[in-house]
Design a protein around this ligand. Structure first.
Ligand SMILES: [Zn+2]
Length: 705
């Protein structure tokens, strides 16, 4: 016993001293990188105290050296008074605005010009109508491809994908054919030391926003203006502006983009979903289980867990977790519940989840949301300055923090109901509104930017209720059929509330990153490449649902990955490249020629409207990650989910029986976005990438006037 306690203390002291020696106590490290969790409160406190002592000691030492003891003390007192005086009488930080008004930018992801016009004409969007009449309304061309991370990056930087480097949600890893998340990257710790059975990281790892270029809010700050930027996609990790809360790109505590868990008493035949777990109740129905957290940074391959209990209750279930106990009715979401993953001694990492009782006993099904970063104890940086996330929570309560919290995937896999999904939408919308109105009412920034993504998420999941030709239209209930119109009316209400909080001199820009189209049939593009002889399988192999299973790379000339890309299997670039650089041009031309002639055997419609060559749309580009060809699908078609992940199912086309029923990852000319302004524009704005110029002009006029 004494021996094991001693060993424990030695291990703990060793771990802490190594961490303290190696890490900047204020540095954050990404989840999944294996070390973030070492910044337990205690570690941070000791580190900060240590730095403070060092900082205080340094000038004192220098003074003593320069003046000797007594004089140094007098100089110190004098300096102390000076610091107090400056603090007391310094001019207050320039608020928004004494002159010229603010520039306010409000984004509604995926707002479609045709749908907006339709509901404006029907009198359902009176605030948009008023804005259009008083200022301007036009369609706004989107990026190629028409994907949110790509378009919002162009919005931020004023450049195209060739320059900002975001080409798709997914990218090809340069050293393999495995798809990877394209928006942010966690570079894991490089060095670890194995001691006393522990795996101790000795450097910090790194989180990188893969978007290149200067966003306009940084330019504004350089002009001496304060910017507040809320939940704009591709802002993770946050930029160092006056106030920022990161949006799409923020991971969950596992380092993924949103991994949920389900606990069920049902027998599971076979599932590749490791997060669906069978649990066995005792005679009284009591279930003891654990929620799996991130990997233990001190022990390779072992996850951290949070134990919890489920038991029957009169009207549902009782859940006991981390010192909390609450009752849930069927179909009901819980409030936020803190979860805590102990690592060693005071070292821990924490997050927060919401529970949803999908099905009550006897066949229990309990859903647990992805583990969100806690704004009060963030394991990774989600705001600028870091304490802003907690300040917001003080004002508006706890809120969803991961980049894409809308549970679209759980709905697409039919794990949750339409109603449970819409409840999440209502919650996230209310959170974003509260943040936005708080920021506008603070009047401390000349530039205020927020993006509401709920318009996009509802359109993706409920287009089946708008599109009478959609395979799921008949099965879609009355309420679900009205969901897209409802979210547009909600957007109108948010606009109205924004207008109420504006001053006479403020100027407003409202925009979307792209529009929407039906998604009726999924195209297995790798199957087409295989049929045309460009993608070749090893003898006896037919293709798998993901990750290019069975592909004979030596024979393969081209492959599809991501939502819009085809890559040539190029020598010297791909790990097992088979096509020489000089052959590439002719090969691309041949694929383009064939692909635009492919038709749907059922309807005779073309699947592809245009195929773009990267040398035409991304001129001068040396980025190996850009697809060689970008596919502009026709309306109603889109790359299948399997295609995005390098899968090759048997058929070329498949009816889309999934709830993800609307999309925009098609020919960009078919899905432009919207632009509304509260002031008349001297000329039309060509493209979303021209928005920063418009904004900076407004800010310069203000700074000059
Ligand atoms: Zn979308």
């Amino acid at each position: 016993m004494a021996n094991s306690s001693l060993a424990y203390i030695i291990r703990l002291a060793l771990a802490l001293s190594l961490v303290l020696a190696a890490c900047d106590a204020e540095a954050y490290i990404g989840p999944g990188s294996g070390i973030s969790f070492l910044q337990g409160l205690w570690v941070a406190l000791v580190g900060v105290m240590w730095s403070i002592v060092a900082i205080i000691r340094l000038p004192f030492k220098l003074l003593i050296r320069a003046f000797g003891g007594k004089k140094a003390a007098l100089v110190l007192v004098g300096l102390g008074f000076l610091v107090w005086f400056i603090n007391e009488y310094k001019p207050q930080a320039d608020a928004d605005t004494a002159s010229g008004g603010r520039t306010i930018v409000l984004g509604f992801d995926g707002m479609d010009p045709q749908l907006a016009r339709r509901w404006m004409n029907e009198g359902l969007m009176p605030n948009f109508t008023r804005l259009a009449e008083g200022g301007g309304f036009q369609t706004l061309a989107t990026t190629n491809p028409a994907q949110s991370p790509v378009a919002w990056s162009s919005f931020a930087t004023g450049t195209g994908p060739g320059e900002h480097g975001i080409f798709d949600f997914l990218r090809r890893s340069t050293d393999s054919y495995v798809p990877d998340f394209s928006i942010s990257e966690v570079k894991p710790t490089k060095y670890t030391v194995d001691l006393f059975g522990l795996r101790i990281p000795t450097d910090g790892g790194e989180i990188i926003n893969r978007r290149i270029g200067e966003p306009f809010w940084m330019t504004a700050e350089k002009m001496g203006l304060n910017a507040v930027v809320l939940r704009v996609p591709v802002t993770y990790p946050p930029d160092p502006v006056h106030h920022m809360l990161s949006g799409m790109g923020v991971p969950d505590l596992l380092g993924s983009q949103g991994t949920y868990s389900i606990f069920t008493t049902e027998h599971l035949d076979k599932t590749d979903n490791r997060r669906i777990q069978r649990v066995i109740p005792d005679q009284k129905g009591l279930i003891e289980t654990t929620l799996t957290g991130p990997d233990d940074p001190l022990a390779e391959g072992k996850p951290l867990v949070q134990p919890f209990l489920i038991e029957p209750a009169p009207r549902g279930v009782l859940v006991s977790i981390n010192g909390k106990r609450f009752e849930l009715k069927q179909g009901q979401w819980s409030d936020w519940v803190g979860v805590n993953f102990d690592i060693l001694g005071p070292l821990h990492t924490s997050g927060m989840v919401r529970f949803l009782l999908l099905q009550n006993y006897p066949v229990l099904k309990l859903y647990v949301s992805p583990i969100h970063i806690d704004p009060y104890d963030p394991a990774v940086p989600i705001s600028s300055p870091p304490e802003y996330a907690a300040e917001l929570a003080d004002k508006i309560g706890l809120y969803h923090t991961i980049g894409m919290p809308e549970e679209t995937w759980s709905l697409n896999e039919n794990q949750i109901s339409d109603e449970a999904y819409l409840e999440v939408i209502r919650t996230t919308l209310a959170e974003r509104e509260a943040m936005w109105y708080t920021a506008l009412e603070a009047h401390d920034a000349a530039l205020a930017v927020a993006v509401f993504v709920q318009t996009d998420r509802v359109s993706h999941m409920f287009y089946r209720g708008l599109d009478k030709e959609h395979p799921l239209y008949r099965q879609t209930g009355e309420k679900a059929r009205g969901a897209v119109q409802w979210i547009y009316q909600e957007a109108d209400r948010v606009l109205g509330e924004t207008l109420k909080r504006m001053d006479q001199e403020d100027r407003l820009i409202v925009l979307s990153d792209h529009g929407f189209a039906p998604f009726r049939k999924a195209v297995h593009l790798n199957r087409w490449l295989a049929q045309a002889g460009y993608l070749v399988f090893k003898p006896g192999e037919q293709g798998t649902d993901a990750l290019f299973g069975g592909v004979d790379w030596a024979q393969t000339k081209a492959y599809a990955l991501g939502l819009n890309g085809i890559f040539i299997n190029q020598q010297g670039r791909e790990p097992k490249g088979s096509v020489s650089v000089p052959e590439t041009k002719a090969l691309k031309a041949k694929i383009v020629e064939q692909l635009v002639n492919v038709t749907d055997p059922e309807t005779g419609d073309s699947l592809v409207r245009q195929v773009f060559d990267r040398s035409d749309i991304y001129p001068g580009l040396a980025n190996a990650e850009a697809p060689d060809l970008v596919i502009g699908y026709e309306k109603n078609y889109r790359a299948s989910w399997q295609t995005t992940l390098g899968g090759t199912p048997q058929k070329l086309l498949e009816d889309n029986y999934q709830k993800w029923s609307g999309d925009h990852c098609i020919d960009p000319s078919l899905v432009p976005g919207v632009l509304f302004t509260s002031f008349p524009l001297s000329h039309e704005v060509d493209n979303i990438r021209d928005i920063p110029e418009l904004i900076l002009n407004l800010l310069e006029t203000r700074a000059g006037g």
